[in-house]
Design a protein around this ligand. Structure first.
Ligand SMILES: O=C(O)CCC(=O)C(=O)O
Length: 288
């Protein structure tokens, strides 16, 4: 299904009320063919810059800087990667996300890069994002986009309805989730993660092949995970753009957060915003 065509001026106009309802019912919605080849090419240049010039805060889950075989993740590259800033401010992604979140505005949280070279099949374990993050609210939304074709055996999946299943214990990302849950910092009522890949009852996984230009929009409490790149012939480079709508507040976590912004930047309970989390919709253009 092509949801953006010549009559649609921006990705937001292509989002139907049915898409929005799916997002709120399931905790995620897959939108096809939303962003043009030009945007994808520009984002690919951006992630190659991110790979070629690593800075602080990279998580090297396999390999390391300069190595041929890598899986790394890094958050918040937009301040130094022009292609990401252009995409965030000019592609219409922020307006689209505000519409899906049913929010009058969205602030940018940060971007994320998940970069796997050919055949690097280390998974990203099933997890919810918000419990790792320094923010709280019901309108925390990620837009995940593959920059290479992602077949069903390699693509990010989510558990239908998991954004309303409560808080789960957080796995470590280090070894694809095989190591035990963090020993500290989970809420006292956090639920142990069942074996979702083994077909745990009540945990319906939705996973559909995606092409560059498609995006999976998911809620901060949706359980999601990736099997890794099973494809020996191509990389699997993905970007995620994270946004927050009304009602999102800053929170401190005794065990720290990922990403982390240092102590005292905001007071707990304070709305986010300012230069760290700029208002990207609606927003006057900035100098790119
Ligand atoms: O692409 C991946 O491996 C994981 C993506 C993810 O967890 C996210 O975008 O929050």
């Amino acid at each position: 299904m092509r949801i953006v065509d010549a009559v649609h001026a921006t990705p937001a106009h292509a989002v139907t009320e049915a898409n929005v309802a799916s997002y709120w019912r399931d905790g995620a919605v897959l939108l096809r063919d939303v962003f043009s080849d030009d945007w994808i090419a520009s984002l690919r240049d951006g992630v190659e810059q991110v790979r070629a010039d690593p800075a602080e805060g990279y998580h090297w889950y396999a390999g390391g800087p300069g190595e041929e075989r890598v899986f790394f993740n890094v958050s918040r590259s937009w301040p130094r990667i022009t292609a990401f800033r252009r995409f965030i401010w000019e592609s219409g992604i922020a307006e689209m996300t505000a519409r899906i979140a049913r929010s009058p505005f969205v602030d940018l949280l940060w971007d994320g890069v998940f970069y796997r070279t050919e055949g690097l099949d280390q998974p990203t374990p099933w997890h919810q994002d918000a419990p790792y993050w320094p923010v709280e609210g019901d309108k925390i939304v990620s837009v995940w986009m593959p920059l290479d074709p992602a077949l069903e055996h390699s693509v990010l999946g989510f558990v239908r309805g998991s954004h309303r299943m409560g808080h789960f214990k957080r796995p470590s990302f280090r070894d694809g989730g095989r190591s035990p849950h963090f020993s500290a910092g989970d809420r006292s009522d956090a639920i142990p993660l069942p074996d979702i890949d083994a077909g745990a009852s009540g945990f319906k996984v939705v996973r559909q092949a995606m092409n560059p230009g498609d995006c999976l929009v998911f809620h901060g409490f949706a359980l999601h995970g990736s099997p890794g790149n099973k494809d020996d012939a191509r990389k699997l480079r993905a970007v995620t753009f994270r946004f927050a709508g009304d009602g999102t507040t800053f929170v401190e976590r005794p065990e720290g957060t990922s990403p982390s912004f240092g102590a005292g930047v905001f007071r707990p309970g304070e709305p986010i915003g300012g230069e760290l989390f700029p208002r990207v919709w609606p927003q006057p253009p900035i100098a790119i």
